[in-house]
Design a protein around this ligand. Structure first.
Ligand code: HSX
Length: 207
C-alpha cells in the first residue's frame, strides 16, 4: 500500500518518549513540535527548487530556493493536528494553513464536522493534512473526502501512529493518497484506541 514509515532514529526515539505514560504535557508538546519538524524534513525531500539570482557580499550567484514554498498548505485536523502544524510552520514559515474540525462520536466512531476553513486558492496548492493518530481511520477518510471536494493540486497525509485497520480503511477510500507515519502499532481496542499507542493525543497535548 501507499504507506511510508519514517524510520529516522531521532524520530523513533522521540516517539518513544512521547508514548511513555509519565511524560508531562509540557514535555509531550515539545516532543511533538520537534518530531513534527523532523517528519516535515523527511517528507519534503523531493520539493522542487528553482534558481534565483541573488547577491552575496562578494558577488552575484544563481542560488536554489523552494519553487513552491508559498504554494504549500498544511491542513490541521483539530484539535491534535495543531501540535504537528506548529512544528512544521517553524520549518516552513510561509506555508498557508487550513483547519478541519472533526470530532469522533464516542459511540459510533463516526466523525462529525464542526469547522472547515481553507485558503481561497486551494486549487493551485499542494496540501499536507496532519493529525497525530489514525485509529479507525474514519476521521482521516472524512477529512480527505471533504478536501477533495475543493480540488487541491495534490494531497498527502502525515501522522505519528497509525493502526493497521486504520490504514486499510483509509486506503480503501483514498488509495492514491500517500500516507506517512512514524509507526504502525498492533491493533485497535473496542473503544477505537490504538494499542499500545500513546493515549488520546489531544488530551496529552492540551490536558
Ligand atoms: C484522535 O482521533 C486523533 O487526533 C484523530 O483526529 C482521531 C483518530 O481517530 P479515528 O477517526 O481514526 O478513529 O482525536
Amino acid at each position: 500500500p501507499n504507506v511510508t514509515i519514517i524510520q529516522h532514529p531521532l524520530i523513533q526515539h522521540k516517539l518513544t518518549l512521547m508514548r511513555r505514560e509519565e511524560t508531562s504535557t509540557a514535555k509531550f508538546r515539545q516532543l511533538l513540535r520537534e518530531i513534527s519538524m523532523l517528519l516535515a524534513y523527511e517528507i519534503t525531500r523531493d520539493l522542487p527548487l528553482r534558481k534565483q539570482l541573488i547577491k552575496t557580499p562578494l558577488g552575484p550567484m544563481e542560488a536554489p530556493i523552494l519553487a513552491s514554498e508559498k504554494k504549500m498548505v498544511i491542513v490541521s485536523i483539530m484539535r491534535a493536528g495543531q501540535g504537528i502544524l506548529d512544528g512544521i510552520l517553524e520549518l516552513i514559515p510561509s506555508a498557508r494553513v487550513g483547519h478541519i474540525g472533526l470530532y469522533r462520536d464516542p459511540r459510533t466512531f463516526i466523525p462529525i464536522e464542526y469547522y472547515f476553513r481553507l485558503p481561497d486558492d486551494i486549487e493551485e496548492r499542494e496540501v499536507l493534512v496532519v493529525d497525530p493518530m489514525i485509529a479507525t481511520g474514519n476521521t482521516a477518510v472524512a477529512a480527505i473526502e471533504r478536501l477533495k471536494q475543493t480540488n487541491p493540486l495534490s494531497v498527502k497525509f502525515l501522522c505519528l501512529i497509525a493502526s493497521p485497520e486504520g490504514i486499510d480503511h483509509f486506503h480503501s477510500y483514498h488509495p492514491e493518497v500517500p500516507l506517512y507515519t512514524a509507526a504502525i502499532d498492533e491493533h485497535l481496542d473496542e473503544h477505537g484506541y490504538i494499542i499500545p499507542g500513546l493515549g488520546d493525543a489531544g488530551d496529552r497535548l492540551f490536558g
